[in-house]
Design a protein around this ligand. Structure first.
Ligand code: MN
Length: 202
């Protein structure tokens, strides 16, 4: 069964002025769709390999599944992690996520500083990530490379900030730090809190 591109949970212009409409259209309709197509193509190739018994390119296709699969699922989290400023976006976390952030980072302000620094410091394309790891019983921040590198496997994403240039370059050009600093105005903490609550706590 093929994966499909889900619609945005708001209008393309809903995150203005922090993320502009044109960026959202290109980012969702072209870039995110490309990952969905890439994932489906790679999975089709693996299905063909199982039929033929020829796994000569299995390493290649598994790499594509990791890249495009992470690209697809990361963007689903990213879109839902945001909401219009003042209408679900901005502010600070509440309930259990707020408590866990205080426990693992010292305070919300210290968490923001660490997450923002990690996102800004990504070399090339990647993501700033807040994730829960049940084995550790703790929240971690990561500055992930591409879509899938430099995280602890098993970590459940709670909050993800896309810092690929396609996420901000039309409006912010080379000023990734300004984009990341502005991004807090459209963070949907209710969605992040739900992701934390749903993550296995074993
Ligand atoms: Mn992206």
């Amino acid at each position: 069964m093929a994966y499909e591109l889900p619609p945005l949970p708001y209008d393309y212009s809903a995150l203005e002025p922090f993320i502009d409409e044109q960026t959202m259209r290109l980012h969702h309709d072209i870039h995110h769709k490309g990952y969905v197509t890439g994932l489906n193509t790679a999975l089709d190739k693996l299905a063909q390999s199982r039929e033929s018994g020829d796994f000569g390119l299995v390493q290649h296709y598994e790499r594509l599944v990791a890249f495009h699969g992470a690209g697809h699922f990361n963007h689903v989290v990213f879109w839902e992690n945001m909401a219009p400023a003042g209408s679900g976006g901005g502010g600070s976390p509440t309930s259990d996520l707020a408590t866990q952030i205080d426990k693992d980072f010292g305070s919300f302000e210290k968490f923001k500083a660490q997450f923002g620094a990690a996102a800004k410091a990504v070399e090339g394309s990647g993501w700033g990530i807040l994730a829960w790891n049940s084995a550790a019983g703790a929240l971690f921040t990561f500055g992930a490379m591409n879509h899938q590198n430099q995280t602890v496997p098993g970590s459940v994403p709670v909050l993800m900030c896309d810092v690929w240039e396609h996420a901000y370059y039309l409006k912010y050009q080379n000023k990734r730090a300004d984009y990341v600093d502005n991004w807090w105005n459209i963070v949907n903490w209710e969605d992040a809190g739900k992701r934390f609550e749903a993550a296995p706590k074993a």
